[in-house]
Design a protein. Sequence first.
Length: 307
Amino acid sequence: MTHGDRPSVSVRASGGMTGGAPGTGSLCPVPRLSEVITALDALWPPDRAEAWDAVGTVCGDPGAEVDRVLFAVDPVQDIVDEAVRLGAQLIVTHHPLYLRGTTTVAADTFKGRVVHTLISRGVALHVAHTNADTADPGVSDALAGALDLRITGPLVPDTTDPAGRRGLGRICALDHPETLQDFAARAAARLPATAQGIRLAGDPDALVRTVAVSGGSGDSLLDAVRAAGVDAFLTADLRHHPASEAVQHSPLGLVDAAHWATEWPWCEQAAAQLDAISDREGWDLRVHVSKQVTDPWTTHHSSGAPN
């Protein structure tokens, strides 16, 4: 996968009476934005987001009709432009546009330009971030699914979930043991390609039977990972000191992927969830997943491994 515009993936097959554009004779109702947002909030309730987070609807007219939705990780201009080309009236992203607030939406700032484009082209933006991380299924379920791992439970359980299924990260088992090096190769093959690729810390020949996974930045979870007693941890954004201390503490293997790559599988999972709701409600709604690589790193240079 390379940078630049890539065609969206539609998770609903063409044909029949669903997915048609307005005026094509479809007998299915076109939902209002408010109806779609209600469905999304049922999947990822905003009150389950962390207190510091910024989730929910950023802009959009609740009464506007929505017949196309685009899912993506990042609310950047390239994604907004893709939605406009697609004719989508709603973008759902994992990352917030304004996580720390702002004092301006002037169009000469990149976030302000995003807002101006969204409003002028009639495109709404909705964010599901930490409320999607801990959901059942959530971001880490999608990551585990991309690698064909068998989930045994959450890494950090949500104490408010009596079923014990929600929470941060997932503990998983491999159907057959493999070396840490082979597990890292599996991650490289199954996750979207990025400039970073996959980094590995630990004994490449160590056998891996159980792993913890967490989409996005995960080194704050290292204590929980050690307590879980797993053989390896797959996540993103591992910093030098926590990673160095982790491999000194124990034979834990670390598999570090790009942040964007570990969260992109959620887009496909989330799109399929909305598509199922659309089918159940009888909506004339097409759901798409962007394949644009919005990971910020563009190239990788190395003189080779140091040993």
